[in-house]
Design a protein around this ligand. Structure first.
Ligand code: PGA
Length: 253
């Protein structure tokens, strides 16, 4: 079944105390507010993941890691594996974020390994895709996104797709205030669904949840979410304020 999801990517923001406080504010903001089937996710920094998960225990808010290393354990100094993130309270992992691709050189092939590692733990993947500005300007954006999906995800069996959520995040829209128009988001989301349908069939494509991310905020969320193929949002900056995050969740409900 296609789901409605609003996920907050806190990136490298908020120390331990601030993360717990924000989780507490989100908990209070959502208490007594009907979520209407919207799944809410927050992704804190690794060191704060356990405390945030404890703070949100007993609420419907799920906790995600922002990344993992594909090996389960071993001599990989400084890294965190899927089973270790899971033991701290993460049920999902964001993978392929453009900041990981850009600053840490993550390739589609490496991301394919990470996807397998997350699925092996029965966790969910929120997989990010999106073109940079030059690729959109040269008209390559559909092809770029298609290739990212094929390279990192098309080795999966159809059954694995029930634990994959895609997030279309045009890189030129992330943190820039330049949101994609609802039409730009919809045409890409529809394209993504078609790419998945061509490989896995109509049912997998129809059931796939595709989020939009990139300067999605309390003001523009409703018009983006009104598009038939935009199932929710992956929110950066606006997820750091509980009131804005709540407004975005309400826009999806
Ligand atoms: P933004 O970030 O909402 O701050 O643009 C979105 C993201 O990178 O997931």
């Amino acid at each position: 079944m296609r789901r409605k999801i609003v996920a907050g990517n806190w990136k490298m923001n908020k120390n331990l105390q601030e993360s717990v406080a924000l989780a507490g504010e989100i908990k209070s903001a959502l208490a007594g507010c009907p979520l209407c089937g919207v799944e809410v996710v927050v992704a804190p920094v690794f060191t704060n993941l356990y405390a945030v998960a404890q703070e949100l225990k007993g609420t419907p808010v799920a906790v995600a890691a922002q990344n993992i290393y594909p090996k389960p354990s071993g001599a990989y100094t400084g890294e965190v594996s899927a089973p270790i993130a899971k033991s701290a309270g993460a049920s999902k992992v964001i993978l392929g974020h453009s900041e990981r691709r850009q600053y840490f050189g993550e390739t589609d092939e490496f991301l394919a390994e990470k996807v397998d590692a997350v699925l092996a733990e029965n966790m969910e993947v929120i997989f990010c895709i999106g073109e940079v500005l030059a690729q959109r300007e040269s008209g390559e954006h559909f092809q770029v996104v298609e290739q990212q999906i094929k390279n990192a995800l098309f080795h999966l069996p159809a059954s694995a797709w029930s634990r994959i959520v895609l997030a279309y995040e045009p890189v030129w829209a992330i943190g820039t205030g330049l949101t994609a128009t609802p039409e730009q988001a919809e045409e890409m989301h529809a394209h993504i669904r078609k790419v998945v349908e061509d490989k896995y069939g109509k049912q997998v494509a129809e059931d796939l949840t595709i989020l939009y991310g990139g300067s999605c905020n309390a003001k523009n969320a409703a018009t983006l979410f009104a598009q038939p193929d935009v199932d929710g949002g992956l929110i950066g900056g606006a997820s750091l304020k509980a009131e804005d995050f709540k407004t975005i969740i309400a826009a999806r409900a």
